[in-house]
Design a protein around this ligand. Structure first.
Ligand SMILES: Cc1cc2nc3c(=O)[nH]c(=O)nc-3n(C[C@H](O)[C@H](O)[C@H](O)COP(=O)(O)OP(=O)(O)OC[C@H]3O[C@@H](n4cnc5c(N)ncnc54)[C@H](O)[C@@H]3O)c2cc1C
Length: 374
């Protein structure tokens, strides 16, 4: 069975859902193909001010904020001592990924966007450098005017287009756990580093639960997590959340290998890459979603303006969308630089860029505030 549409989006994560909503509102006939049975569960928690701005521009600010936690400060520690605070004048939001994406997804049905869940794209068929057909694993086919690969870090669309990625794995393994909320975590978001290059971040995700990240060099991870968490090993690192130690030991710690990823092009013919299919930066920048939403905004503008004209689409992608690689390159480079300083307080403080943490690549409205604590 072959279905025609204006735009096929592969992947129903934040990038795919947000783009689908904007294109649906722009009158495009959109099909989103998602291999999973529902919106993906795993992902980010923080929406920083640039992302809040994008959501507000599209009337989604209240919908997303309604059930989110709003915070306005993160305190940083090195070898157990508080070293700085980063303040967000407009605050930032904490909302678990699935809830955030579902809120956006729930608006898509009003715009006539079709979602095909449990449907995996298996290959592309090209006519010159244009994608003519997407072939699904169950034999169905899509004939789209434009294709967007919003299919995550292992993007099949990127591979089928022959766009090579350059990945650089960070030298630590991250572990994440969702634990019962304790009073100290409810009070303040705290990010810890130490001279061994360890880091940990603790924050609430709602009134009852907290998220805890621990990142250790590979050998240290084996020693600390190898036979179940040796929580005492973290006591020199996490110094102001004593009450959290009761819940860290029994928690389920999921390992996440994090890498930076760059690609040499974001589009080819009538196809474009979005979100984690296009770039990955160190998660501690907390900006991946904000940039992805802004990218989706630009991409939707290009696709709607082209109005099904292939030449206009290609020109718009080249002149308006491709330059986003520069903003991403700056963010990725910044994440790399920060990740290389976790062991060294002075280097960390001089590398830290308040503008990128608070405002990303957008024009600051007022300023964030970093106070260095001695
Ligand atoms: C540990 C970690 C923490 C992070 N924390 C933050 C944070 O706090 N704030 C922030 O802004 N950013 C953060 N990020 C980055 C953020 O998660 C990404 O920017 C964002 O999730 C990108 O969304 P996406 O839609 O591109 O990808 P995804 O959410 O990965 O969605 C891709 C979708 O494509 C589907 N798919 C894949 N292949 C196929 C196929 N062949 N056919 C059909 N469907 C397919 C997948 O099932 C998935 O649903 C973090 C990243 C990591 C790794």
């Amino acid at each position: 069975m072959t279905t025609s549409c204006d735009v096929a989006i592969v992947g129903a994560g934040l990038g795919g859902c947000f783009l689908a909503l904007l294109l649906g509102r722009g009158g495009r006939n959109v099909v989103v193909v998602e291999q999973g049975p529902a919106i993906p569960a795993a992902g980010a928690d923080f929406v920083k001010p640039p992302g809040m701005g994008v959501l507000a521009r599209h009337g989604l600010g209240d919908l997303v904020e309604r059930h989110a936690l709003k915070r306005d400060v993160v305190r940083y520690y090195h070898d157990g001592q508080a070293i700085q605070e980063c303040r967000y004048p407009e605050g930032f939001l904490i909302r678990p990924y699935r809830e955030l994406v579902e809120a956006i997804y729930s608006c898509c049905s009003m715009e006539g966007v079709e979602f095909w869940f449990d449907s995996r794209i298996e290959r592309l068929e090209q006519d010159g450098d244009r994608v003519a057909r997407l072939v699904l694993a169950d034999g169905r086919e899509l004939r789209p005017g434009a294709v967007v690969g919003a299919d995550g870090t292992r993007s099949l669309i990127r591979q089928e287009l022959g766009i090579d990625k350059e990945s650089t794995a960070y030298p630590h393994l991250m572990r994440v756990a969702t634990v019962p909320l304790t009073a100290s975590v409810a009070r303040l978001n705290r990010l810890y580093f130490n001279s061994d290059g360890w880091f940990s971040y603790l924050y609430p995700i709602n009134e009852e639960q907290a998220r805890v990240f621990v990142g250790l060099p590979l050998d240290d991870d084996e020693a600390v997590f190898g036979d179940g968490l040796d929580a005492d090993a973290l006591r020199g690192l996490i110094t102001e959340n004593d009450d959290a130690f009761d819940v860290l030991g029994p928690a389920h710690w999921q390992p996440i290998r994090v890498s930076a990823m760059r690609v040499p092009a974001y589009h080819q013919g009538n196809a474009a890459l979005l979100g984690s299919a296009a770039f990955a930066c160190h998660p501690m920048t907390g900006m991946g979603m904000s940039y992805t939403m802004h990218d989706a905004e630009i991409l939707a503008g290009v696709i709607c303006a082209a109005d099904s004209d292939p030449a206009l689409l290609e020109k718009g992608l080249e002149t308006s969308y491709e330059p986003r690689r520069q903003a991403h390159a700056e963010l990725i480079g910044y994440g790399d630089a920060l990740a290389g300083t976790y062991h060294d307080k002075t280097a960390y403080l001089s590398t830290f860029r308040e503008d990128l943490h608070v405002f990303g690549d957008t024009e600051p409205v007022g300023r964030g505030f970093v106070s260095v604590l001695r």
